[in-house]
Write a protein that binds this ligand. Structure first.
Ligand code: NDP
Length: 333
């Protein structure tokens, strides 16, 4: 399978290019950048044969089977719709789009075109999260009472651009990190948040978009979810806790791009370390995507998963702005 990269991005550079090349028979033909020189430099740095500045050069290229979209968030919709219209399979970065209705259009267009459309939610590919999900779904924790997510990190200097300065490009910690936490909770519990309350803050790290948020979500089962996402916390560490009537899971350092972290299963006086696979998160995402293209199974997170994580994030932002509870609007999907 030949790929076109839409976006000369950091995430492609740091994770996804290698993950594509790890898949047998997969290669990258070209990369799209809005800047010819940056695109050429990027292509040279990553041994990609060509760089282009016109989206049609990828969309109309019959040799390209699939695209990976990792531009800034406001571009995903248009680029995905054009790629789908060109018959390409699409792996799109989160958030899928700026609005739920745009994201739903992407899903419907891909269904009509018969192409695979997936969202690159990496966390549900982690061995750690798969192990926790299995514990929950096996009933080992009993009835789930609550989930607490600690996802306050310090945004690395090289990423302190549009994410903290540019609302129009989809900046802000809510579209950046809340979407991942929403996807993880949905993946664990197999249900969708109903309504949310939230408070957000702008500390001064950037301009105009929130860099911290705390929220509480209600789940249909009655479970409560508490989350904290931030770009400004150098020493907080990440984690997730799932508390049930029979046991709790306490996981540290697992809200990350690496296959790392510790998981503890706590049950009365017993404390047991939970073992998990240390495969690469993006390797698994790409492996399931390429299999789905070959007609074998489904991607780790499909388009509907991307719509729903976006819907939760947008509800969190609306709740923070309005200072009142907001029902999550999934747009009927
Ligand atoms: P980057 O800022 O690295 O790249 C986004 C765009 O910015 C690129 O497409 C590029 O435009 C432009 N750009 C990159 N470097 C420069 C530069 N030096 N000067 C000017 N413009 C530049 O973003 P990320 O890689 O961090 O994020 C891209 C997407 O991926 C986002 O949607 C984000 O939400 C998502 N993401 C997902 C992660 C995951 O684990 N699933 C993790 C991180 C990000 P052009 O292409 O036109 O050259």
């Amino acid at each position: 399978m030949q790929w076109g990269l839409i976006g000369a991005s950091t995430i492609a550079s740091e994770h996804v290019i290698a993950a594509i090349r790890t898949q047998e028979g997969n290669s990258i033909k070209s990369v799209l950048s809005s800047n010819a020189q940056r695109g050429a430099d990027y292509a040279a740095r990553h041994s990609i044969p060509a760089s282009v500045t016109d989206l049609n050069a990828i969309v109309d290229d019959a040799d390209i089977d699939a695209v990976y979209i990792s531009t800034t968030n406001e571009k995903h919709f248009e680029q995905a719709m054009a790629s789908i219209a060109g018959g390409k399979h699409v792996l799109c970065e989160k958030p899928l789009a700026m609005t739920v209705s745009e994201a739903i259009k992407m899903v419907h267009a891909s269904e009509e075109a018969g192409v695979v459309f997936a969202t690159n939610h990496h966390l549900r590919n982690a061995g750690s999260h798969l192990a926790i999900r299995d514990l929950i779904q096996s009933g080992r924790l009993g009835k789930i009472l609550s989930v607490r997510i600690f996802h306050a990190v310090h945004l690395p200097t090289h990423l302190q651009g549009w994410r903290i300065n540019d609302a129009a490009a989809g900046g802000g910690v809510i579209p950046d990190i809340v979407v991942h936490d929403a996807d993880t909770v949905r993946f664990y519990l197999g249900e969708d948040p109903v309504d949310v309350v939230a408070k957000a803050g702008i500390s001064g790290m950037g301009q105009g978009v929130e860099d911290s948020v705390m929220s509480v979500w209600s789940m249909p089962s009655g479970a409560m979810v508490q989350t904290h996402e931030s770009f400004t916390h150098p020493f907080a560490g990440t984690g997730i806790e799932v508390h049930g009537t029979e046991a709790s899971v306490i996981a540290r350092n697992v809200m990350t791009q690496q296959p790392v972290g510790e998981i503890l299963l706590v049950d009365g006086s017993e404390r047991e370390d939970v073992e998990y696979s240390d495969h690469g998160l993006y390797d698994r995402s790409l492996s399931l995507f390429t299999k789905a293209v070959a007609g074998d199974g489904r991607p780790a997170a499909d388009g509907v998963d991307g719509v729903k994580s976006l819907a939760v994030a947008l509800a969190v932002r609306q709740a923070a702005v309005q200072g009142q509870a907001v029902r999550v609007d999934y747009g009927g999907i």
